[in-house]
Ligand binder design. Structure first.
Ligand code: OGA
Ligand code: MN
Length: 217
């Protein structure tokens, strides 16, 4: 083997994530990122001009529509032009390779945005990808909320494919990352009672049609 293994602490992290995805379809990992990175991201997201955020819509491209009764967050898509974000994208690139190596998922790239939920905002139950429409394969949510308390609400609720009882209820606590198979888990964000910051992301497979890697979002 010519490729070097990641340091042991990371190896355990990747193993936990891969095992969770393989056995139950999701993983919840505290302190997922390298030390200091959540702080960098939180300062960055808070430094952005509010005008850099736009109300999140539902559906892609021509089906895109705004509906505040479905979701009340505002989002800012991330790319390598954002200096503070480069380290996060380097980390998710490594995660992509590790998941492919362990689970043969053929993940091709990663797209992500900051999400800001003002107090009172929620995101009703939905799925991030539809069967047969394979594109988004693994969803990630990284939470950037220091001192989140149970009264602050804003939990991520994961549901089974066909049932109304949540199988997991995850508070958006600082540095926690949740990963789940995008097609398999309807989920919702409960009403947040404090400002709620996160990064939503999706590992995708290549759906190239002609020269278009993916339909516009
Ligand atoms: C999403 C989403 C979950 C969360 O952005 O599609 O479901 O906990 N986010 O922020
Ligand atoms: Mn979602």
């Amino acid at each position: 083997m010519s490729t070097s293994l990641p340091p042991p602490a990371n190896r355990k992290l990747y193993e936990d994530m891969a095992a969770g995805l393989a056995t139950q379809g999701y993983a919840i990992v505290a302190d997922a990122l390298p030390a200091g990175l959540p702080d960098t991201l939180l300062s960055h997201v808070k430094s952005l001009n509010p005008a850099a955020f736009r109300p999140a819509g539902i559906g892609r491209a021509r089906n895109h529509q705004l509906d505040r009764s479905v979701r009340g967050d505002s989002i800012h898509w991330l790319d390598n032009n954002d200096d503070a974000v480069r380290r996060y994208l380097a980390w998710t690139e490594n995660l992509r390779l590790e998941l492919n190596r362990r689970l043969f998922l053929g993940l091709f790239d990663y797209e992500c945005h900051y999400a800001y939920y003002p107090p009172g905002a929620f995101y009703k139950r939905h799925v991030d990808a539809f069967k047969g429409d394979a594109n988004r394969v693994v969803t990630t949510a990284l939470y950037l909320n220091p001192q989140w308390t149970p009264q602050d609400g804003g939990e991520l609720l994961l549901y089974p494919a066909d049932g109304d009882a949540p199988i997991a209820r995850i508070p958006p606590e600082y540095g926690t990352m949740v990963l789940f198979l995008s097609e398999d888990f309807p989920h919702e964000v409960a009403t947040a009672h404090q400002p709620r910051y996160s990064i939503s992301g999706w590992f995708r497979i290549n759906n190239t049609v002609g020269n278009t890697i993916d339909p516009p979002r």
